[in-house]
Write a protein that binds this ligand. Structure first.
Ligand code: ATP
Ligand code: MG
Length: 432
């Protein structure tokens, strides 16, 4: 007799979701369909981990069931007829419904050819045994576990196992997915799976840059991506993304430090810049075009290396704040942060952090409009005076509005090239 997980469902599903999947099961029965909860959410139900991706598979037309459910509730319905899928958005969660399908691969790395199929077909096409379990939701069989690949045993033994020996050849994104789950769940690659992964690692070349980038981005969103990258290096996966990428000890240290500084920039964007930090410009460009990174990522990655090449200019302990500002203004916060983490000079790191924490926010109290009101004629002179004012503010030579007005009055009469104030002691001000 199949194992029944209804008590698990009752215990771990949020109450409104539980109520809805019961209704969904009933409505499926009325349409003479079979309905299942599948994939990651079933895995995480066993592990007691939160998962709010509620994926439902329908033997029958998923869109028909979704329409029926939308009619009986307040849910917002989105339909993708081409894929036979639908999404129901409720106020605090959503359900994804898909028609059970079978997939075949015309050649390694190609997107699969898809046609409607049975639940069994739908489970065969999945990546790992732990992701290939389903729970029946129709009332007569509510909570029944369908576990064709012994995913439950693998969960108990903490193993990532592919379903057949050609799995990584069919779809090499599974190589990146395998190491992501291995580290996230603290599991091991099952021995044969590891052997096949090593054998098929070059199959990563058969999938598009976009798909590889997407998987790398998912890796960088995990709690400790450095552990995944280290394993990726060990298994020869990282060098398939670019031969010069390294996932070794130094990377682990900088990633851990990156987490300690808190939310100044997006952590995954910062990890990416740390990952490419040891590439040269040519290698970085190869990696960028190979994985087709987005405009924002490309900018941060390029700037990380450009700034790295300039770091020696920031190592002088006697630098004025305005000198630091001039050198760093225009670089993205992520590129600066990455360099602050990898720089071996404490003075340089201090200057980079000073810019990130303070200098980049420094602004004079007076702006162009105020200058015009003070009688400065419109034109390039305004820009020059504003720059001089900014410099004086950064270096602590002006603090109050009065100081600023005094400086401007001096500058509009003299040549702006003259240093604005000379006598005040130049220190990094604490109050900016
Ligand atoms: P996560 O918590 O990372 O979202 P998940 O298991 O929900 O984990 P998804 O990427 O959301 O993973 O995919 C949902 C399900 O689709 C998986 O559980 C797996 O069964 C299947 N799947 C996803 N990608 C693949 C793939 N490349 N090959 C085969 N099956 C896949
Ligand atoms: Mg998911």
């Amino acid at each position: 007799m199949p194992e029944n997980l209804s008590s698990h469902l009752e215990k771990y599903l949020p109450l409104p979701v539980l109520a809805l999947v019961k209704i969904a099961g009933k409505e499926a029965s009325e349409l003479e369909q079979e309905l299942y909860l599948v994939g990651g959410v079933v895995r995480d139900l066993f592990l007691g981990r939160a998962n709010f991706d509620f994926d439902l598979v329908v033997e029958g037309e998923a869109i028909k069931l979704a329409r029926k459910m939308a009619k009986d509730s307040q849910a917002k319905l989105t339909i993708h007829s081409r894929f036979g899928t639908a999404k129901l958005d409720y106020p605090s969660f959503s359900l994804d419904l898909a028609t059970a399908r079978s997939e075949t691969y015309s050649k390694p790395g190609a997107l699969p050819t898809v046609k409607p199929g049975s639940l069994k077909d739908d489970l065969v096409r999945r990546d790992f045994s732990i992701n290939a379990m389903a729970l029946h939701l129709n009332p007569q069989r509510f909570g029944e576990l369908i576990d064709l690949y012994h995913g439950k045993v693998d969960l108990d033994n903490r193993l990532i196992r592919i379903l057949h020996t050609k799995s990584f050849i069919d779809d090499a994104t599974r190589i990146l997915r395998a190491i992501r789950y291995e580290q996230r769940l603290d599991f091991k690659l099952e021995a044969e799976t590891e052997k096949l992964l090593r054998r098929d690692v070059a199959m990563l070349d058969t999938i598009s840059g976009d798909r590889k980038r997407h998987e790398l981005e998912l890796i960088l969103k995990e709690d400790e991506p450095e552990r995944i990258l280290r394993l990726a290096e060990e298994l020869g996966v990282l060098s398939q993304l670019h031969p010069s990428l390294k996932g070794n000890g130094r990377l682990a240290k900088t990633f851990a430090k990156a987490r300690q500084i808190g939310k100044r920039t997006s952590l995954s964007a910062l990890y990416l810049c740390l990952l490419i930090c040891n590439l040269n410009e040519k290698e970085n460009e190869e990696f960028i075009s190979h994985l087709n990174f987005s405009k924002n990522s490309v900018q941060a990655m390029r700037q990380t290396l450009q700034l790295k090449a300039q770091l020696h200019n920031l190592a002088n302990p006697g630098m004025e704040p305005s000198d630091i500002y001039r050198l760093l203004h225009g670089y993205s916060a992520t590129a600066i942060q990455a360099n602050a983490l990898v720089s071996e000079s404490p003075v340089t790191s201090q200057h980079l952090n000073l810019y990130l924490n303070k200098l980049r926010y420094v602004k004079p109290l007076l702006n162009g409009e105020d200058l015009k009101k003070m009688g400065v004629p419109a034109g390039p002179k305004i820009g020059d005076i504003l720059n001089a004012l900014q410099k004086a503010k950064l270096d602590g030579e002006v603090r109050t509005r009065k100081d600023e007005e005094k400086l401007i009055n001096g500058l509009r009469l003299n040549c702006v090239c003259k240093p604005p104030l000379s006598s005040s002691k130049r220190q990094i001000p604490n109050n900016i």
